[in-house]
Ligand binder design. Sequence first.
Ligand code: G6P
Length: 546
Amino acid sequence: MVASRSQLASWQSLEKRAQELQNTHLKTLFANDDARFNTFSVQAPGILFDYSKQLINQPVKDDLLRLAEECELAQWRDKMFAGEKINFTEQRAVLHSALRNRDQSAIIVDGENVSEQVETELEKMRAFVAKVRSGEWLGFSGKAIRHVVSIGVGGSNLGPQMATEALASFADDTLDVHYVSNADGVQIAKVLDAVDPETTLFVISSKTFTTSETMTNAQTAVQWLQDATSEAGAIAKHFVAVSTNLEKTSAFGIAPENVFTMWDWVGGRFSMWSAIGLPIALYLGFDAFIELLEGAFEIDQHFKNQPMANNIPVLMGLLSVWNTTFLDHKAQAILPYDQALHMLPAYLQQGEMESNGKSVNFSGSRVNYTTVPLIWGMTGINGQHAFYQYLHQGTTIVPADFIGSIKPQVEVGEHHRVLMSNFFAQTEAMMNGVSAEQIRDELKAKGISSEEIDQLVAHKVHQGNRPTSSILLDTVDARGLGRLIALYEHKIFVQGIILEICSFDQWGVELGKGLAKSIEAELSDGQVGDHDSSTAGLMNYYQSKR
Ligand SMILES: O=P(O)(O)OC[C@H]1O[C@H](O)[C@H](O)[C@@H](O)[C@@H]1O
């Protein structure tokens, strides 16, 4: 019988250390140790990870590593890479790493070598992308494709859209790509207004091919095409799908040769490396897509082979557990100082919160600790002028990841220096804060009266001691993005193992998927059924005003 997490010796020691460190200020840790940056920073290909501004010391790091050992993290990691069915609530392997297994070593699941399947599908993608981008693939009126409209939601949308936004600087003008995810018709209406039926290709991305938002948007797209042409073969020329559900894609009318496969061992939120990434490849070219996979593969190797003490995703996962579970910080900000990464917070929200936002352990017992934090954020510079007030002086401490690049995608005058000065200044200020004494001196030097100083000082004090990690990437190109996303994917895995959370199902979302169906039927025939008075009241009010 494996001991519950909170009975482990390392866990109990960490609880004590958390209490001891609660009253220690980060700036004291720096003052007492000149080598702190060197001790608590680590590099991987194209990445520096500095966690010296986290409220830890060597004994805490040692205990966290001991916790990883006691939770058999290395064994779980190896099981994941080997294709064991570690998603046991759904009896599935967890193999997003197989999608970028660039050395093509065999990975066997249920007697099949999935590496071969992945290569076959990549080859199909490569050929298709070449046809579309070269103008060989023709629409119903004989014109080449100019616009791609990707329809999907959640994991079938966020990854491709985030990567498209991140890498747009590298796109040529062969194709433009649009994303439709919301069931709110305003989104698809706007996209359809901007494109031309003769030259538009729809990619319907849905692992299950049953998600109602996606199916509603896909039907609207079909109708729009049919309004433009009565040609029988038009659907085959303008619609492709990415799905595991070949029955449903065929029932929808998509020809089998136009369906790209994914597998049940890829979770939606980890699927941008599969054919779900088709819009990325169409937009940027297939070579860029391979670069993305290469970057992720480098981090897979790092995660597999580096000792735990220098393993970035391991450290990121352990630090998250330290901050959330032991220091009780219930939120985590993601702050990119690179415009290319502006969708990263939204992407990681799904990645981390859908994976680990759960409250029972492997054996189904309710956990007696906080699991993962609330993930939020936006580009750092914009955040500085919006919510950083809260980060600096709010009553809640929010640990933050600062993410920047050494080389911007576009060098414009002094812009990058201005941008990165803010990055460095903010992490320094969050760590050091500003003391009452400093403020008094500053105000005195300005000739402000002592009465006024007394009144102001408390408002201007910054306690500091706000933990941050800094991630510096060489640059955000396809390879760099692949590295960054793979780091976070493995961090999420580490959190899951340490917290004993089944990271790869999402029953909480499945619930929502079913809930709206019966209500939709009631709204459709105008008969509000048996609901609580609030739900019935809202539905009646809505109906009365339609
Ligand atoms: O790809 P689909 O089957 O359409 O699912 C789309 C999304 O549906 C739900 O929201 C799930 O929680 C997500 O993980 C998934 O990515």
